[in-house]
Design a protein around this ligand. Structure first.
Ligand SMILES: Cc1cc2nc3c(=O)[nH]c(=O)nc-3n(C[C@H](O)[C@H](O)[C@H](O)COP(=O)(O)OP(=O)(O)OC[C@H]3O[C@@H](n4cnc5c(N)ncnc54)[C@H](O)[C@@H]3O)c2cc1C
Length: 387
């Protein structure tokens, strides 16, 4: 028997409410999303009507308080939903995350009552689709080098610049665009603007991808785009702290996405190892394969504890940057390792579209890049070590 203090410190279980929301998300994803995945992946087209279904179920407002129209759930619940979504399709989960977190969290946090009424509330209902446009052709990891310009003119701003790899851009009703109002200010004086699309001067090109193909990704050019004063979010001096806070919390969220992919890859590999016969034996009966599966299961368990610990820290208001970075790094790299192992266990079947593991592996690789690459997570963790 462990001393009381150890068992106390390791005591962890989901509440009945959290389990209920996980089960709801699982049922919804398995019945409503799974049948759509193959077609969305093949054509790289996201079925827009899914946003309305998510909205009707309250799945777009998981993290927002009830008084603002949300479901008022905690980060643990948010991560449980993400895990379930990603276990079925990371493409769908990415569209959800770019909308329900990145595209609207800053509006909830720093928006005026009018902005909340015109954009946040309709987005929660799934009536308007959001995209978050931060990255640029020359700005990805180095966001303080942001070049998009929002020049003050009578009655509003004139936006000029380009944004690259923007999830949901081709299907969005509005973009949350990061731009500099005054280049003479410090590098982190970055503002956010709500830009309704289509709009004069905004060109959106769809990009073809190898991963998360069910989500749509765009390159956006802004040429002298007029945005009224009412489109500025927060102050003219910038909303950088809001952007950082949003990205930091979302790191734990995307780690839960990675966990979902890893779990789906393990489940597929176990199914295959039980069924596939070689030399009159199932491949799972070979110790080399069984050990690989055991390592995958152990890796996932470690990532799961870290992800839900990170979510719990968000709920306690104690998540620091290095912890968020560790959670994201471990979970996303686990998803890559586990999905690669799952693919190998499948042999030739692993690269056939009939099986999900090839898709999961491609999708998992994307998650070592988005929301800060693994190198950037290591930089953040190393800074915390005071080297
Ligand atoms: C499918 C997809 C969807 C995306 N969706 C969105 C979205 O909705 N909104 C949005 O704004 N952005 C989005 N992004 C952009 C994403 O956030 C960036 O791709 C990511 O931050 C990396 O930037 P980059 O591609 O410019 O790589 P770079 O910054 O050019 O990095 C190239 C390489 O150099 C390494 N590197 C860079 N700097 C350092 C450093 N200081 N130390 C060590 N190594 C370094 C990187 O780790 C990487 O290996 C998306 C990207 C993809 C692929």
């Amino acid at each position: 028997m462990l001393p009381q203090r150890y068992s106390d410190s390791m005591d962890f279980s989901f509440t009945p409410e959290q389990e209920q929301v996980r089960d709801l998300a699982r049922r919804f994803c398995e019945t409503e999303i799974a049948p759509l995945v193959r077609d969305a992946e093949e054509h790289e087209r996201f079925p827009r009507h899914v946003f309305k279904k998510w909205g009707d179920l309250g799945l777009l407002g998981v993290r927002y308080p009830a008084e603002d129209g949300g479901a008022g759930m905690d980060k643990v619940s948010d991560c449980l939903i993400r895990e379930e979504m990603s276990a079925v399709s990371q493409g769908f989960a990415s569209a959800w995350s770019a909308h329900s977190h990145l595209g609207i969290w800053p509006i909830w946090k720093a928006g005026t009552p009018e902005q909340k009424a015109s954009h946040f509330r309709p987005a929660l209902a799934g009536d308007k689709i959001a995209a978050f446009a931060l990255s640029e052709p020359d700005v990805g990891s180095n966001i303080r080098a942001l070049a998009t310009r929002a020049e003050k003119i009578a009655g509003g701003y004139r936006i000029t610049g380009s944004k690259l790899y923007i999830t949901n851009a081709p299907i969005a009703d509005f973009l949350l665009v990061a731009a500099r109002t005054r280049p003479e200010l410090s590098a982190d004086a970055i503002s956010l603007f709500i830009v309704d699309v289509p709009r004069d001067g905004v060109e959106i090109h769809s990009l073809e991808k190898e991963g998360i193909r069910a989500s749509e990704t765009g390159l956006i050019h802004f040429t002298d785009v007029f945005v009224p004063d009412a489109g500025l979010l927060g102050g003219i001096e910038g909303t950088y702290p809001v952007i950082l806070e949003s990205l930091s919390e979302n790191r734990v969220g995307v780690a839960a996405n990675a966990l979902g992919m890893a779990r789906a890859a393990l489940e597929a590999a176990v199914r295959f190892a039980r069924e596939r016969q070689v030399n009159g034996r199932t491949v799972g009966s070979y110790q080399a394969i069984a050990h690989k599966l055991a390592d995958m299961a152990a890796d996932i368990e470690a990532a799961r504890w870290l992800v839900y610990y990170g979510a719990w820290r968000v709920d306690q208001g104690t998540l620091d940057m290095p912890t968020g970075a560790k959670v994201k790094l471990v979970a996303s790299e686990t998803a890559v390792r586990v999905s690669e192992a799952a693919l190998r266990i499948h042999g030739g079947a692993g690269v056939m579209r009939e099986y999900p593991v090839g898709r999961i592996h491609r999708d998992a690789l994307v998650y070592t890049i988005v929301e800060g690459t693994s190198e950037i997570q290591r930089n953040i963790i190393a800074r915390g070590l005071d080297l």
